[in-house]
Write a protein that binds this ligand. Sequence first.
Ligand SMILES: NC(=O)c1ccc[n+]([C@@H]2O[C@H](COP(=O)([O-])OP(=O)(O)OC[C@H]3O[C@@H](n4cnc5c(N)ncnc54)[C@H](O)[C@@H]3O)[C@@H](O)[C@H]2O)c1
Length: 311
Amino acid sequence: MRRDPLVPSIDLTGKAAVVTGSGRGLGLAYAHALAAHGASVVVNDVDEAVAEQAVKSITEAGGTAVAEVVPVGTSEAADRLVSRAVEEFGRLDVLVTNAGILRDKVLWKMTDDDFDAVITTHLKGTFTCARAAAVRMREQGEGGTLILVGSPAGQRGNFGQTNYAAAKAGIAAMARTWSMELGRANITVNAIVPVAATAMTETIPAFAPYIEAMRNGEPLPDFLRKGEGFGTPEDCAALVPFLASEAARGVSGQCIGIGGDKVALWSHPQEIRAAYADGGWTPAALADAWPTSVGAELQTVGIPAPKFPEA
Ligand SMILES: NC(=O)c1ccc[n+]([C@@H]2O[C@H](COP(=O)([O-])OP(=O)(O)OC[C@H]3O[C@@H](n4cnc5c(N)ncnc54)[C@H](O)[C@@H]3O)[C@@H](O)[C@H]2O)c1
């Protein structure tokens, strides 16, 4: 096991983890980070070649990993992943529900297939895998860690991402709900909100030139790493072993942003203004009171545009 001299207490030796969609991108970085801190990992992907390559690279780095190639989104796939961890490593302690796809279109052009594919992979994939893991972890009786994967799009809404924003908002809602349901079993549940250069984001036009420069060996500028919290998948990966460790046993029900040089805690939705009418509101009374009461300062939506430095 590679020991990080700065955080000697993060030791996951003896723990077993499943990371969905871990053949490439962020999932691969999470799998590497878990293995580097001592956990045995079931790598999962739909793409057999990248899954096998991920196992090879983790093993070559001194870690322990096996591949289970199956598309998450069904109960059968979830059962296979949990069973594989138990067969190979005798237990399951950590689940990261990272597998994901995009099918971006504006509402009026989005097909049922676009919607269903994204909801199945992200939302149902997270639900089915977490349920199978929770059953196993409750049987083991030693607690556990569920790390779900949200997105700024789910927190704020995003143009062209009806399906994805809905799935990711649902995932944040499930993290809050399951943190309550699984608290007594000492199973923590959090949603992480990563931002990183991967196949999923490298096509975003504003970021493309910076990602290309980074791939050519240039460092990302501070306005991206700190201002936007945008960097490499490896930048996001530290959060996963931390949440899986004893150091984070008290952290549950949270949405935690990570990327570049930044880690951040997202707020949960809550009422921010209220007004009262004796006996209840009429439409006319709402129209009258709205501009000066609850409607005085409306909430913004969407992911703020990147703040590029002045040319
Ligand atoms: N990259 C970002 O900045 C960013 C931001 C917010 C959220 N996320 C989320 O992080 C996760 C990983 O994203 P990424 O950028 O690494 O994407 P990626 O496309 O680089 O990797 C996703 C991996 O998941 C696999 N996959 C797809 N469908 C699958 C399925 N049904 N079962 C198993 N594996 C499947 C893919 O083959 C791929 O290897 C996703 O949930 C994504 O929504 C990413």
